[in-house]
Design a protein around this ligand. Structure first.
Ligand SMILES: [Zn+2]
Length: 280
């Protein structure tokens, strides 16, 4: 969101008005290509999530799930050394998080939710179902908004984005070999793993995602919200709060949001998906 400008806020308002003007038609037609036409056949929205609708998610071609869990344990230890974890807000994050987890496309994994004491508004996830949310983010969000962020993070875990990033790193073979030999978190093998992870740049390297991965996590997140008992509009109002935050004090926005696609686009895409879910 670093490149967000007042111009795009203007565009946001224009888009909101456009939606208000076209919504009452209620006669949108969804074609097989995922394109939506209005009742006059003149306005068209391309499906922003067309690439993700029929994806089947698994660990095939990546670390196995048991290796992923071992890697997650190791990376979580690294996170606990780097950040202050706290119980403040943890019960709320866990309650919402478990609902997102059950409602997502990887419901059998044991997810572990954590709260980081920080003024920075941020959230991220690691392999093996570890999800981190900062106290500053918890404070600014109602349950539907916080749930939206958490369901998005669960989406990264479902799509194994960090494992895909790891697979592309030069250290992948060393890390995979160490994990294959690893039975505990102590000893030479664990040290070898630590060295290989260190060379790669550590846990936070695996929290950096491409824009397409962010779109996919947004898609998986918003789709899982109704099943989690959450109003998916919360994802939109969260983006709107972040937009305002960007204008007021962008230093408090963590890398999570600066790396993501433009907030304007995310709001548009989320609106598209909510409308689509309502038609089903
Ligand atoms: Zn993300």
């Amino acid at each position: 969101m670093k490149n967000l400008t007042r111009t795009s806020l203007g565009a946001l308002i224009a888009t909101a008005l456009l939606f208000t003007a076209t919504a009452p038609e209620g006669a949108a037609v969804l074609t097989s290509s995922g394109t939506v036409w209005d009742s006059h056949g003149s306005v068209q929205y391309d499906d922003p999530y067309a690439d993700f609708r029929n994806v089947r998610y698994s660990n095939a071609g990546l670390l196995s799930e048991s290796e992923e869990l071992k890697l997650g344990t190791q990376l979580h230890r690294e996170v606990t050394k780097k950040f202050n974890l706290t119980d403040t807000g943890l019960a709320r994050v866990d309650r919402l998080g478990q609902r997102c987890a059950r409602s997502g496309l990887r419901p059998n994994l044991t997810y572990k939710f954590h709260v980081i004491q920080s003024r920075e508004i941020n959230g991220f996830s690691l392999p093996g179902g570890h999800i981190y949310i900062t106290t500053a983010l918890i404070r600014m969000a109602n349950d539907n908004e916080l749930g939206g962020v958490i369901c998005h993070e669960v989406g990264h875990v479902v799509a194994r984005h960090s494992l895909k990033t790891l697979k592309k790193s030069k250290e992948y073979d060393d890390i995979a070999n160490s994990l294959g030999d690893l039975t505990g978190v102590v000893g030479n093998v664990a040290r070898d793993l630590g060295v290989a992870l260190g060379k790669m740049g550590g846990a936070l390297m695996l929290t950096v995602h491409s824009r397409d991965e962010e779109r996919e996590a947004d898609f998986l997140g918003v789709r899982s919200m109704p099943g989690a008992g959450l109003d998916p509009e919360g994802m939109i109002t969260m983006f709107q709060k972040l937009l305002r935050m960007e204008e007021q004090n962008s230093d408090l926005l963590g890398s999570l949001f600066s790396d993501h696609p433009d907030a304007q686009e995310r709001i548009d895409n989320t609106r598209y998906e909510i409308a689509r879910m309502k038609r089903r």
